[in-house]
Unconditional design. Structure first.
Lengths: 202, 236
């Protein structure tokens, strides 16, 4: 390891053990990082679809998805641009609940999450099952703001936050990995913050 | 379209430090492993303390892609609570070595071959400057129009190099005495005069600035698939 001349770091003596390597605590801020123009999506025409390698492709309306058993997540989120944010509460529905209705085929190994804006991101199926992923529309008790992906976004908090597609429109199940928007642009296919999988090749 | 994976971490030598404005400095870095960047890409700078603690931040490359791929320039705004930017400003001098990694990003890039509208707010001009420099150097200034919004003259980066038929500076608070346009927020008219047919728009600045500009572009009927946005969070 090579040290940087004269750099001591600031107040890291009590570095928070909840911070993955290379991350810092952004506190109460929540930076907005988006590569596209922010869309304006009406909940009256909003839909969420699970399709591809499933026995029953399903599309939910805003009211239909709200009628499913609610689920929530409270904890940290980690952005690849090195900020992390603790104690965020999200409310929505578990991806497990959605997949239980669609019934993935045994051949399904990966998903591509896609957004109403055309944004895509890829994930192994096992990273969105077993209580690890949600579709969320509430944040800290309030409707999710459009800048943060409202009316609804995917939430996969155990991976870097670009995997948590804003303005999510659905999941497509595949029998292979299909790199999404950032992944074809040099970012890592999986994006585990604890392994610092930021870029291709990490 | 795909961008290659960024190189591994490497040591770069600081060749030159220039004061760009009161709060911004440009650092010229000589790379040990050469890798030609695309205009709009960024590098990550990683600082390591003696106890192993690291802090890294991403900085856009301001220089045009360089045939020799030996050097890059990054322009860094000094943020008061910015752990990395304040170190770079207060400590780094020519001859120092910095650990860097890149180039990164394949979305907010201009390859020099299609019409482009470049819209920057304040320090958001940095990746756009790489694009402008590429256009000028390759003799394709006809393809680009750059509009930069700053509060006043003191906050304008690259002030000596910027003027040209393809660039417009919009002053929001205080315009120079010779300026024709009264100070005020960037508006539809500022963008309309710079919008080439079929142009792809590259918008870079704070989140509020980006939202404002993409709203104006929508009113000018620029399709959302022709808009690329890079927002600055607190990148300290």
């Amino acid at each position: 390891m090579s040290f940087t001349r004269g750099f001591k770091g600031r107040g890291h003596a009590e570095r928070d053990a909840r911070l993955p390597p290379g991350q810092y605590d952004v506190g109460s801020d929540w930076p907005v990082l988006t590569a596209e123009a922010t869309p304006n999506l009406a909940t009256s025409s909003w839909t969420f679809a699970v399709e591809g390698l499933v026995r029953h492709p399903v599309t939910w309306t805003w009211d239909e998805i709200h009628a499913l058993p609610p689920a929530s997540y409270e904890g940290a989120i980690h952005c690849v641009t090195t900020w992390s944010k603790f104690g965020v509460r999200f409310g929505g529905v578990s991806v497990d609940t959605l997949l239980a209705q669609a019934e993935p085929l045994p051949s399904a190994t990966h998903v591509v999450a896609h957004s109403h804006t055309g944004y895509t991101t890829n994930l192994p199926l096992e990273d969105v099952t077993g209580g690890k992923a949600w579709v969320v529309w509430d944040c800290d008790g309030r409707p999710l703001e459009v800048g943060h992906g409202g009316p609804a976004r995917l939430l996969v908090p155990y991976l870097y936050f670009w995997k948590s597609a804003k303005w999510v429109a659905g999941l497509r199940l595949l029998d292979h990995d299909e790199p999404g928007f950032w992944e074809v642009n040099g970012y890592h296919d999986r994006g585990d913050p604890w392994l610092e999988q930021r870029y291709q090749g990490d | 379209m795909d961008a290659p994976a960024p190189g591994r971490w490497q040591m770069a030598t600081v060749e030159q430090v220039r004061q760009e404005t009161k709060r911004a400095k440009t650092f010229r870095l000589a790379l040990s492993e050469t890798s030609r960047h695309l205009a709009g890409q960024h590098y990550v700078v990683r600082l390591t303390a003696p106890d192993g603690y690291t802090a890294s931040r991403s900085y856009s490359v301001a220089s045009a892609p360089d045939e020799s791929a030996r050097c890059i320039e990054i322009t860094v705004e000094r943020l008061e609570d910015g752990e990395v930017s304040s170190y770079l400003h207060d400590v780094i001098v020519p001859g120092d070595r910095l650990e860097v990694r890149g180039p990164i990003g394949g979305w907010f890039v201009w390859r020099g071959d299609v019409p482009a509208l470049l819209v920057g707010g304040g320090s958001g001009i940095v990746p756009l400057m790489s694009m402008l420099r590429l256009a000028r150097r390759s003799g394709r200034s006809d393809l680009v129009r750059l509009v930069v919004s700053v509060r006043n003259q003191d906050e304008l980066y690259y002030a000596n190099e910027l003027p040209g038929p393809e660039t417009t500076v919009v002053y929001t608070r205080e315009a120079p005495p010779s300026g024709g346009r009264a100070p005020g927020h960037l508006g539809e008219a500022d963008l309309r005069q710079a919008l080439l047919p079929e142009a792809t728009a590259y918008v870079c600045g704070s989140s509020g600035f980006a939202d404002h500009v993409t709203g104006l572009l929508a009113r000018l009927a620029v399709l959302s698939e022709r808009i690329r946005v890079e927002r600055f969070g607190p990148t300290g």
